[in-house]
Design a protein around this ligand. Structure first.
Ligand code: ADP
Ligand code: MG
Length: 448
């Protein structure tokens, strides 16, 4: 290739850069290069299908026009995928380095670091990428490479679609690179922290604590809705971090514009960087997710079983995991691999189509499961046999149904949200070591 051709592409990129946002330029053009010019056709190398499609749809005309302005001999433009890390299909299956056969059940939370609240399970290696989440994935990866490239990064989408996994993966990867202080917190804990600090006259301590992070990740910011005092503190904290070039990452179940009772100035801060959504995984991605998760637990499922589950469960990824766990549990109990008919029977008996189910029904199911009076769950009694199902109810309402802590408190007979947070934490911790509890909870889940 001539130096002229190389220079031609450099000049073209300079022109493109002037005309689009910095974020877009980095995302779509950073990894492009010119391969050759032949018969008036310029061949550009792009890293994968996804980028190729995106460039063709959004920038092809503009690039071609620019090339032609710079050189009379150019007639056309072609794209070549040169370094397709993800294979030609836009699905990626990567297993964690230590994935391998094991008879242990995949415990939800292995070990959560108390300092930064990061769960080491949530890494990019175990994150399946498909067209439903590719943009969010690309943005997340981009800020690991180049912090504050997008600031803030705001990821939104329905429950169980991988938001927490993805934003924690950023945290874990930045942390493992070393040198940066990362902190993950849910919006509810942040709110409690903020309100407690103010009430005890330690607002300054609160401010100092949060502004020292290089990467601050706040999960489920829709729960800031209506929390005026916390919103005010968050606004100032945001400005402080932002002005000091610190990376801020948010997740929410909806786009910032649709979060009710959120100050306009926060809405505009939330959407000032990169705002991307995750949607429901399509069939191909569901297949990839089931295969990956089974392998992570050391199980290889027959293809027909994988296909059956992928076609049956169209909902979120947490649901897919739930069914998979039931299959694994059952196959361990029986001591054999389950065939399609076993799995069909299991699903028929245990997994009803997920209807919208009320908190009251959830509580009833749990009370029945532990053979206690439904009413006693709502009461104040501290009897051990009641406390456990009560705490599990709070945990499941939070984990599986995404209900806010205050609202769970209200539904559980008017309990304080700090009690709810405490209960959820307690169950989470117990799950780390208690295999029996894990199985009980999985069984309860399969009844919902
Ligand atoms: P959200 O925060 O959007 O409600 P989570 O991040 O908690 O969803 O995801 C729910 C479960 O599904 C988690 O166990 C997570 O590890 C898993 N999960 C979600 N998305 C993916 C993905 N793309 N690949 C692998 N596992 C995923
Ligand atoms: Mg989440």
């Amino acid at each position: 290739m001539t130096t002229d051709t190389k220079q031609l592409w450099i000049n073209t990129l300079n022109e493109v850069e002037l005309n689009i946002s910095k974020a877009n330029f980095t995302t779509w053009f950073k990894n492009t290069s010119v391969v050759k010019e032949e018969g008036g056709i310029v061949y550009i190398s792009v890293p994968n299908e996804f980028v190729k499609d995106w460039i063709i749809n959004k920038y092809h005309k503009f690039i071609l026009k620019t090339l032609r302005n710079l050189s009379d001999s150019v007639r056309g433009l072609e794209y070549i995928i040169s370094r397709d890390e993800k294979g030609i299909k836009n699905i990626q299956i990567v297993l964690g380095a230590n994935a391998g056969p094991s008879n242990e059940l995949p415990l939800k939370d292995l070990y959560i670091n108390k300092e930064d609240n990061l769960n080491p399970r949530y890494v990019f290696d175990s994150f399946v990428v498909g067209s439903f989440n590719e943009l969010a994935y690309a943005a997340a990866k981009a800020i690991v490479e180049k912090p504050v490239l997008y600031n803030p990064l705001f990821i939104y989408g329905g429950t169980g679609l991988g938001k927490t996994h993805l934003i924690q993966a950023v945290g874990n990867e930045v942390k493992n690179k070393g040198g940066k202080k990362v902190h993950y917190i849910t919006s509810e804990k942040f709110t409690v922290d903020c309100v407690t600090a103010i009430q005890s006259g330690r607002a300054n301590f609160f401010k100092e604590k949060y502004r020292k992070y290089d990467v601050l990740i706040i999960d489920d910011v829709q729960f800031f809705s209506g929390k005026e005092r916390t919103q005010e503190e968050l606004f100032h904290l945001f400005n402080e971090l932002y002005n000091n070039n610190k990376q801020i990452i948010f997740s929410s179940d909806k786009h910032p514009s649709y979060i009710p009772n959120l100050e306009d100035r926060l809405k505009s801060r939330f959407s000032a960087g990169m705002t991307v959504d995750v949607s429901l995984p399509e069939y191909e991605s569901r297949l990839a997710i089931i295969k990956t998760k089974a392998l992570e637990s050391g199980f290889v499922l027959p293809l027909e079983v994988v296909e059956y589950v992928a076609s049956l469960v169209q909902g979120n990824i947490r649901e897919l995991e739930g069914i998979l766990n039931s299959i694994i549990c059952q196959s361990q109990l029986k001591g054999k691999e389950l065939g399609l008919s076993d799995v069909k029977a299991l699903i028929k008996n245990n997994i009803k189509p997920k209807k919208s189910i009320s908190a009251k029904e959830v509580i009833k199911i749990i009370a029945d499961f532990y053979s206690v009076e439904e009413g006693s769950i709502y009461e104040k009694t501290r009897r051990k046999d009641i406390v456990k199902p009560r705490q599990i109810a709070m945990y499941l309402l939070r984990e599986d149904f995404g209900i806010s802590f205050p609202s769970i408190g209200q539904k559980m007979g008017g309990r304080d949200h700090t009690t709810v947070i405490h209960s959820c934490e307690k169950i989470k911790n117990e799950l780390k070591n208690d295999g029996v509890l894990f199985q009980e909870i999985e069984q309860i889940r399969s009844i919902f």
